[in-house]
Design a protein around this ligand. Structure first.
Ligand code: NAD
Length: 296
């Protein structure tokens, strides 16, 4: 049993904290949202009064916060995790943020004597609930060895991608590919409809042909063929367009600083910017099929 401070128990952090509790760990949770914190406490977590209160005295601190500014603030600000955590504690953050911020926080954490791991995830809310997430980690071999048994209670595939920032690098590559494949899948359905094909028939063919991909078989953007996909509940409760757009911007910033050529990633960012600007930032990213059909 490990004592864990868990900061940010929202859509992803909430179910992750529940799986830690189910595995017998002692979890002290904090969230700025009273509703999110209440749900964590109902699952068995102890309520902390602040991020510092959750982090102080625990063997491991995990954060699942929205974006770079939250991660930098919670770790680096006065009274932040790095100034209150127990000596030698293991620090893990799991958000998708920019690589430079990751390296800044990692360097400060290592200087202060902590083992620090960036450990972004893939698998969505369903994967967080089922404990089947993929964790892509950046950090030292030692930190990874300490973190692995804890991460295994929340995920199925745990990979050390390289040094600090490597987890984030892998995550932005993955999500850029995901956005491109989703737009391609939506275009194929929009074209199929115009050509008079039934969505189910087209799905049956593409899912067993060379067009097969996760966007088609798990997150199918039209209702029907995959009953659990967000398309069946009005494009809600999945991976918000606003978060996908954030990740596409991170991918483009990384491509620019590394000198990589990513024209389809750039186009995907433009299309998701347009979809968000039309007022759909809160919809699941598969909802872009409506824009490609000309409905929005
Ligand atoms: P979310 O908004 O549901 O949860 C974030 C939580 O952090 C919120 O409850 C918020 O109140 C809390 N928070 C913000 N600032 C805080 C602070 N200073 N102190 C304490 N709590 C604070 O977001 P999410 O969907 O859980 O996503 C979190 C991260 O995971 C993002 O970086 C996202 O890109 C990434 N991610 C999300 C998914 C997904 O499917 N939702 C999948 C993979 C990765």
């Amino acid at each position: 049993m490990v004592s864990i401070g868990f900061i940010g128990v929202g859509n992803m952090g909430g179910p992750k904290a529940r799986n830690l509790l189910k595995a017998g760990h002692d979890v002290r949770a904090f969230d700025l949202s009273a509703q999110a914190l209440k749900a964590a406490v109902e699952s068995g977590a102890k309520a902390a009064s602040s991020a510092a209160d959750a982090a102080a005295g625990t063997d491991c601190v995990i954060t699942m916060l929205p974006a770079s500014q939250h991660v930098r603030g919670v770790y680096l600000d006065q009274g932040g995790i790095l100034s209150v955590a127990k000596k030698g504690a293991l620090l893990i953050y799991s958000s998708t943020i920019d690589i430079d911020s990751t390296r800044t926080v990692a360097a400060a954490a290592e200087k202060a004597g902590f083992a620090f791991l960036d450990a972004p995830v893939s698998g969505g809310v369903g994967g967080a609930e089922a404990g089947t997430l993929t964790f892509m980690c950046g950090g030292s071999e030692d930190g990874f060895a300490r973190a692995k048994p804890i991460l295994e209670t929340m995920g199925k595939k745990i990979v050390l991608a390289g040094a600090a920032g490597a987890g984030q690098a892998a995550k932005v590559c993955n999500n850029m590919l995901l956005a491109i494949s989703m737009i391609g899948t939506c275009e194929a359905f929009a074209l199929g409809e115009k050509l008079g094909l039934e969505a189910q028939k087209l799905f049956d063919i593409m899912s067993t042909s060379s067009g097969q991909c996760w966007s088609l078989t798990t997150y199918c953007p039209v209702p029907g063929p995959v009953p659990t996909s967000p398309a069946n509940r009005g494009y809600t409760g999945g991976f918000a367009t606003a978060l996908m757009l954030k990740d596409l911007k991170l991918a483009q910033a990384a491509a620019q600083s590394a000198g990589a050529t990513t024209p389809l990633g750039a186009e995907a960012q433009q299309l998701y910017s347009l979809f968000a600007a039309k007022g759909h930032a809160g919809l699941d990213f598969s909802g872009i099929v409506k824009m490609l059909r000309g409905e929005l």
